[in-house]
Design a protein. Structure first.
Length: 731
């Protein structure tokens, strides 16, 4: 019998409600998923979106600066901060009280240019790009290498990018004195660093440094500031806090003889000595390079440095600890408290500053230097930082071994300069230890460049020797005081010197030999002044004397150009009166004594090849003042004609190779073997249509060479010519 029961409506109703609930749940989940996808999309877009200036500053602080930590000592490299022996030392160290206000003004200007209130440009790295940096940038600083990588990835590119964007804004270019580009470089182009392998020419180790240049439209670079890198395992934040303070730095650190019996006092002194050693290295560079601003970085802290133009004996400092100065709760950062903001502002202050000229730097030669024997352990730091690879009693470094005995410290007798013994300054990173310290000592000495070591040179009359050798040597003479000149006139004078054209080889041959003028030479009309119209009105000897007189008056009349070699740096020299523009190859006293001075002998041997296979050589000059260049002290010059352009940039055609072979054959016929005929040592002279060979520092003299009966040489003066394959090192 069929069932007549009715449907269970309640069950059906409940089933339908469950289905609807499930549908609504699916839709809710879909909506949530869509919202999550949209949120993620927006998040990704936000991360990929280029940053504004303010966002860049915040992102760099949050992602790159704040996570940075100091590596454990057990995993860190060992080593020490080298003592700044012989380097310029400030008399006073004082706090830079208005540094914050100055940087705030700079920072506000940058924000006006790059962060306007409406539609600020998004032109900087995105957050996404910066978040990828922890995979590359070390977050633990345990060595100089870690610090270099961190600075090179987390700081320098962003500071450089901001400055490049400012270069595109005309008002910003004018306000900050910006050029066309900014160059961050690790290579200071130190002189004597490539091939000078003699032990006394190798510079002492020094902290890592970085160089920041302005690049102008013509490719001219101007060094404006430097940074010294010292990892925090060698110079801790605590050392900086304790060691920095107003003090008579030179008297306390170099000349001090105070006995410290109290352990707390000794600890403070240790920190002071460690910190002062670090900043004096940078102070030395600032004086040599004529810089107003610089800074020291440990990655954790910055020490901003300032040397006033009118008071260079005082070094001002400001300590910055970005991770402790920035309020992480504030999205905007209105003060320049972050790492990149501090560096950016100091760089812009440097660009706005006027680089000190060579005259200022020479005046600064009278500054104190760090001269003493430091063979005690009084200034040691903590035992935990004791280097494993440096003897505790090393005199070249600040020892990091604590002094458990509490031994008393007395300044050694050699700490104070003897009035009868001129103090001597060790070189920069590229020089040996033989440079005289005092400007007055250097000027007052009858033989300040060490010629007393050569009896033959001392006994021989310089003018007579010059005539016999066929070139001019101008001995040292006290410089005249630079007469006051209008700054505009000085600038115009330097501009004219920079743009002056070099004299032709034919012109200089006529000058050297008393021959006729070259009508195709630039400024030939000036050459005629005081003459008969067809002959040079002065001799090569007189030209060298006039050039020296000009440089003794104002060393800034030397115009550096081109790139340096291992043994010398090129300068453009112009005789104002007669219009001769020639090349001076400048070098340091060490390289001069060991190598370059003998190039004049080689040029004498190659007299017949001058103007055909080698450039015309005119003479040599001992500078009364120092020219600071390439982290070196230029004291001597060889003067010659401009040889031409490097063949390294030319196509090595068969014609060029034939001319090179021709010139090499010519110098070999005169008894000289070059032995280093690289393209950089061979210049193409378009005027002559010849390849001119330079850089004879590896050359050798043949055992026998054709006699030059017209120019007999004294055996005592040119012993190198009769020696068996004796090598003569020259520039």
């Amino acid at each position: 019998m069929a069932s007549n029961s009715s449907p269970d409506y309640k069950a059906l109703y409940l089933q339908e409600r469950e289905v609807l609930r499930q549908v609504r749940e699916v839709r809710r989940q879909e909506s949530e998923a869509h919202k999550q996808i949209e949120a993620r999309r927006k998040e990704v877009e936000e991360q990929l979106k280029r940053s504004t200036f303010v966002e860049l500053v915040r992102h760099c602080h949050d992602l790159l600066s704040r996570p940075l930590r100091v590596g454990t000592l057990s995993c860190s490299t060992t080593g020490t901060i080298p003592l700044p022996k012989g380097k310029y030392c400030p008399t006073r160290l004082e706090q830079w009280v208005d540094c914050v206000a100055q940087q705030q003004d700079i920072y506000d200007s940058v924000r006006r240019y790059l962060q306007p209130e409406e539609n600020p440009p998004r032109i900087f790295a995105s957050r996404y790009q910066l978040e990828g940096h922890p995979e590359i940038v070390p977050q633990l600083i345990r060595s100089e290498r870690d610090l270099r990588i961190y600075e090179g990835m987390a700081v320098d590119p962003h500071v450089c990018k901001v400055m490049l964007e400012l270069c595109e804004i005309a008002a910003a270019r004018e306000e900050f004195g910006l050029g066309d580009e900014v160059l961050f470089s690790r290579d200071p182009n130190v002189l004597g660093g490539d091939e000078m392998v003699e032990t006394d020419m190798i510079p002492h180790s020094s902290p890592d440094q970085f160089f920041i240049h302005r690049v102008d439209g013509r490719g001219t670079t101007t060094l404006l500031t430097t940074v010294e890198y010292v990892p925090p395992n060698k110079l801790s934040l605590e050392d900086l806090r304790v060691g920095l303070g107003d003090m008579d730095l030179w008297e306390k650190m170099v000349q001090g003889n105070k006995v410290l019996n109290n352990e707390a006092d000794r600890s403070v002194y240790k920190a002071q000595r460690l910190v002062c050693s670090a900043i004096v290295h940078e102070y030395h560079v600032m004086i040599q390079e004529g810089l107003e601003y610089s800074y020291l970085s440990t990655g954790i802290a910055l020490v901003l440095l300032w040397v006033p133009r009118e008071k260079p004996s005082t070094l001002y400092y400001h300590l910055c600890v970005p991770n402790q100065e920035v309020d992480d709760r504030d999205g905007d950062i209105p003060q320049p408290n972050t790492y990149i903001a501090r560096v950016l502002c100091l760089c812009l202050m440097s660009f706005r500053s006027r680089q000190r000229d060579q005259e200022w730097r020479n005046v600064c030669s009278d500054l104190h230097t760090w001269e003493m024997n430091f063979d005690h352990t009084h200034a040691n730091a903590t035992t935990e930082e004791l280097p494993q690879n440096t003897p505790p009693n090393s005199t070249d470094y600040v020892s990091l071994e604590s002094d458990p005995t509490g031994s008393e410290y007395q300044a050694s007798s050699s700490s104070i300069k003897s009035p009868t013994t001129p103090a001597r300054r060790v070189p920069t990173r590229s020089q040996g230890n033989c440079e005289p310290l005092d400007l007055k000592d250097r000027m007052g000495s009858a033989d300040p460049f060490g010629y007393e070591s050569n009896p033959a040179a001392r006994a021989q009359d310089p003018a007579a020797a010059a005539r016999k050798r066929g070139y001019c040597q101008v001995e040292h003479s006290p410089p005249r005081r630079l007469s006051p000149r209008n700054e505009i006139d000085r600038h115009n004078d330097l501009s004219q010197r920079r743009s002056a054209q070099f004299r032709t080889q034919r012109c200089l041959l006529g000058l050297q030999n008393g021959g006729p003028l070259d009508d195709f030479c630039p400024n030939v009309d000036l050459h005629r002044q005081g003459g008969n119209g067809t002959q040079h009105s002065i001799s090569a000897v007189e030209l060298i004397s006039l050039l020296k007189q000009q440089m003794d008056e104002d060393i800034d009349r030397c115009i550096p150009f081109g790139s340096r070699g291992s043994y010398g740096a090129p300068f453009k020299l112009t005789c104002s009166i007669h219009g001769y523009t020639v090349v001076g190859k400048g070098t340091t006293a060490v390289i001069w004594a060991k190598a370059v001075s003998q190039e004049a002998d080689i040029y004498h041997i190659l007299r017949k090849a001058q103007g055909s296979a080698v450039p015309v050589f005119l003479g040599k000059i001992d500078l009364a003042k120092i020219y600071f260049r390439y982290s070196a002290e230029i004291r001597h010059m060889l003067v010659m004609g401009w040889a031409g352009e490097s063949t390294a940039t030319l196509e090595q055609t068969s014609d060029l190779r034939r001319e090179i072979k021709r010139s090499n054959k010519e110098i070999r016929s005169l008894g000289v073997r070059h032995l280093d005929l690289r393209p950089d040592n061979i210049l193409w002279n378009a005027e002559l249509g010849r390849a001119l060979i330079i850089d004879f520092h590896r050359s050798e003299l043949n055992r026998r060479r054709p006699a030059d009966k017209s120019r007999p040489l004294k055996r005592s003066r040119h012993k190198a010519e009769i020696s068996e394959s004796k090598r003569v090192r020259v520039i």
